[in-house]
Design a protein around this ligand. Structure first.
Ligand code: URA
Length: 222
């Protein structure tokens, strides 16, 4: 089953507004993506199981507290290159995560199909071990047509069957989410999409509208 969390935390919405602003410079944009990744990381922790623990304080007394149960069972897969800054933020929260990377390109020569999909070629895939108890977090800031995220998800689920998959994005469309849902259901895995916004349109070049432009180009220069 796929759940969708549109994150309305004021901090996240402020960062998203910065990202949408065409007047911010490259470095500002990249840093804002890092902040967004970190803030979304905090939101994700709401969905992690806690276990009760007891610690001894420097005063020699016991205090009851909590820790995350499966904190060492997190894998972060970054969709290059646009996903890199958000991963930088996420890794501050999930500091023990194993990491993988996937590079994908739209086969633009074939153009966009009338149903607003693209053919995708995965050009580089390096994934760590994926175990049954793992939570895999895939980071792709823009879920536009869903063509890339479907292929990335398929390659991950062919490699291993984790407990669940979290997809982290800045902006998504319902088309991408519905196409992602098909893969989640076909592989019978649990998934959550964490996104700061769901935008209404995709233009003829595959950009999300109003969106924020090309996240990779804006973060790293074109
Ligand atoms: N990728 C981007 O970087 N921006 C979009 O609007 C769509 C896909």
């Amino acid at each position: 089953m796929l759940k969708i969390r549109v994150l309305d935390h004021p901090y996240i919405q402020v960062v998203l507004t910065t990202l949408r602003d065409k007047n911010i410079k490259q470095v500002e944009f990249r840093k804002a993506l890092v902040r967004l990744g970190r803030a979304i990381g905090f939101e994700i922790t709401r969905d992690l199981e806690l276990e009760t623990v007891e610690v001894e304080t420097p005063l020699g007394v016991k205090a009851r507290g909590v820790r995350f149960k499966d904190f060492d069972k997190i894998v972060i897969v970054t969709v290059l290159r646009a996903g890199m800054p958000m991963t930088e933020g996420l890794i501050k929260i999930f500091y023990n995560a194993r990491q993988g990377v996937v590079s994908a390109r739209r086969i633009e020569e074939k153009g966009m199909y009338p149903d607003k999909t693209f053919d995708i070629e995965l050009t580089y895939v390096r994934l760590p071990r994926i175990d049954r108890e793992d939570t895999v977090i895939i980071v792709d800031p823009m879920l536009a047509t869903g063509s890339t995220i479907r292929e990335v998800l398929k390659i991950i689920l062919e490699k291993g069957r984790p407990k669940r998959v979290f997809v982290v994005s800045a902006i998504s469309t319902m088309l991408a989410i519905e196409r992602l849902r098909e893969i989640i259901e076909a592989y019978n895995v649990d998934g959550v999409v964490y996104t700061a916004a769901i935008d209404p349109e995709i233009n003829e070049k595959g950009y999300i509208v109003p969106g924020l432009g090309d996240a990779g180009d804006r973060a790293f220069g074109d």
